[in-house]
Ligand binder design. Structure first.
Ligand SMILES: Cc1cc2nc3c(=O)[nH]c(=O)nc-3n(C[C@H](O)[C@H](O)[C@H](O)COP(=O)(O)OP(=O)(O)OC[C@H]3O[C@@H](n4cnc5c(N)ncnc54)[C@H](O)[C@@H]3O)c2cc1C
Ligand SMILES: NC(=O)c1ccc[n+]([C@@H]2O[C@H](COP(=O)([O-])OP(=O)(O)OC[C@H]3O[C@@H](n4cnc5c(N)ncnc54)[C@H](O)[C@@H]3O)[C@@H](O)[C@H]2O)c1
Length: 446
């Protein structure tokens, strides 16, 4: 069949591209080989956060004197999680797509020529654009025995129907720390194997140790500088000869783009794939390797959808217009949903220095009236990285209970290029944790 736009991959990113082009009047098909809604809805963001939230609610209640906190009921927690995945049934999302005039095609889509996509032997043509939104897949480390050993990936870790007695988690990235805490709080005996000196190594250096401390308080054994060399059912061998055992082993050592060669599709800010002539092939989301995050992929999707529509009408999108994902370079926000929570946006101090910026770093404990009311003995830290030349923020990190909702303030400040002098006039309400902004600016010297 012929369409104006063909989107390959019906995850959150593909859905958003298709939604935008269909709403703009372009006939749009979306091809999905598994479940419409993608990784995020069924095996990633939603079920992982559903597994974490009950434990966080309980921990929060226990930190307020006078509250008689109960305990977790793992069966109910798992049932609530399953509710968020609609029991791995995508009929609701298919219904939504069709109600938005998106033509859903089931099957494995492949680009077989210019503006041509083949699904199950049937060739479809796109008059305007083909958009690749195929996401990413787990990356397996080169360990002896990895091929013959059944392991958990993030899929099993988010969809398991029972709490394993014990769990070994290999990899101290975001998936590793979130799933280690979720399953530990549900009663599993968890060992987290981290190859470096701290988990979350790409974040500000104070983040990983605080998260490791939180995990240890939940009974997780955190092994640092522990390099794995071999794997067998229920046993992970480290390079120093130690063997770590568990009823399941979760391999959480990163993801690779879902392309034939595992390489990302490099794009410009309108989503056009580099080195392809004719301006017809676009990509967005995890497959581009830009930021493996649902919200940022959906932002790219909105840019791609807008760019396709504008080009179909003879216009060229400009930087920072809705047709370009300009913020990808300056302000990608992310929350790690552990307890303590980690929320950060923009560049770390190390990244800013490496980029040659003249910066000033302000570090503070989160210790304001709002935090002390929020939880007895509240512990948290924050860092603000300021470009001294423009007096604007380039990065902000918060670590502590319930800091996630603080993050958007930092994102707005960075994207808006608000100077610290003007930020001074954004008065945080008393007594909220946002008062930490005032303390940061005072510590900066205002
Ligand atoms: C455990 C875990 C937790 C996460 N938690 C968060 C979080 O809290 N917040 C956050 O922002 N991000 C989170 N992420 C990242 C987030 O899941 C991804 O960034 C997001 O799913 C990317 O969306 P996407 O549409 O690009 O890809 P996907 O969600 O992977 O969707 C791609 C879709 O394309 C389909 N597909 C692939 N190839 C083809 C083909 N050839 N033909 C047809 N269909 C195809 C796939 O079946 C899939 O449905 C998490 C990831 C993991 C693993
Ligand atoms: N809350 C969220 O936003 C959220 C949650 C989960 C995942 N995600 C996204 O999904 C993506 C994938 O997450 P991830 O945790 O799989 O990847 P990651 O890249 O964040 O972390 C992988 C970790 O594994 C380590 N590692 C790699 N090879 C190893 C080996 N052989 N032995 C031991 N450790 C090894 C790496 O040093 C790294 O710290 C992330 O980029 C993240 O953006 C986001």
């Amino acid at each position: 069949m012929d369409f104006d736009v063909i989107v390959i991959g019906g995850g959150p990113v593909g859905e958003n591209v298709a939604w935008r082009t269909a709403a703009g009047g372009l006939s749009t098909a979306m091809i999905e080989k598994e479940l419409v809604g993608g990784e995020c809805s069924y095996w990633a963001c939603m079920p992982s956060k559903a597994l974490l939230r009950p434990g966080h609610a309980l921990a929060a209640a226990r930190r307020v004197r006078g509250v008689d906190a109960g305990s977790l009921n793992p069966r109910e927690v798992l049932a609530r999680r399953t509710g968020f995945t609609s029991d791995w049934d995508d009929s609701g999302q298919v219904e939504w797509a069709e109600s938005e005039n998106i033509h859903v095609i089931r099957g494995d889509g492949e680009v077989t020529g210019e503006r041509e996509v083949t699904v199950g032997g049937e060739v479809h043509r796109a008059r305007q654009a083909v958009v690749v939104c195929t996401g990413s897949v787990p990356k397996m480390p080169p360990l002896d025995g990895i091929d013959g050993t059944p392991v958990w990936t993030s899929r099993e870790a988010t969809s398991a129907r029972e709490v394993p007695d014990s769990l070994v988690v290999l990899g101290g990235g975001v998936v590793g720390v979130e799933m280690a805490q979720a399953w530990a709080r549900l009663g599993s005996k968890v060992t987290l194997v981290v190859s470096g000196d701290r988990p979350l190594p790409r974040l500000e250096e104070f983040v990983g140790p605080l998260v490791a401390e939180g995990l240890r308080e939940d009974g997780v054994e955190v092994l640092l500088n522990a390099r794995a060399s071999a794997i067998a059912p229920g046993a992970l061998t480290l390079q120093d000869g130690r063997v770590v055992r568990g009823s399941e082993i979760l391999v959480a050592t990163g993801r690779v783009p879902a392309t034939k060669d595992g390489k990302p599709l490099t794009i410009d800010d309108t989503g056009l794939v580099s080195d392809v002539d004719g301006r017809w092939l676009y990509a967005a989301g995890d497959v581009t390797g830009r930021a493996l995050l649902t919200h940022q992929g959906k932002y790219q999707a909105r840019a791609v959808g807008t760019a396709i529509l504008e080009r179909s009408r003879g216009f060229e999108p400009k930087p920072w217009s809705a047709g370009q994902a300009s913020a990808d370079h300056v302000a990608v926000p992310q929350v790690v949903f552990t307890d303590p929570e980690v929320a950060f946006v923009g560049h770390t101090a190390a990244e800013a220095r490496a980029a040659g910026r003249e910066i000033r770093v302000v570090d503070l404990d989160i210790a304001v009236a709002g935090s002390s009311l929020h939880a007895d003995g509240y512990r948290g830290k924050t860092r603000m990285v300021v470009d001294e030349r423009t007096r604007t923020l380039v990065g902000v990190t918060f670590v502590g209970q319930d800091v996630a909702e603080l993050l958007h303030s930092a994102t707005v400040a960075i994207v808006g290029e608000v100077t610290v002098d003007r930020l001074w006039h954004a008065v945080p309400s008393y007594p909220t944790i946002s008062e930490v902004w005032l303390r940061l600016l005072e510590a900066y010297g205002l």
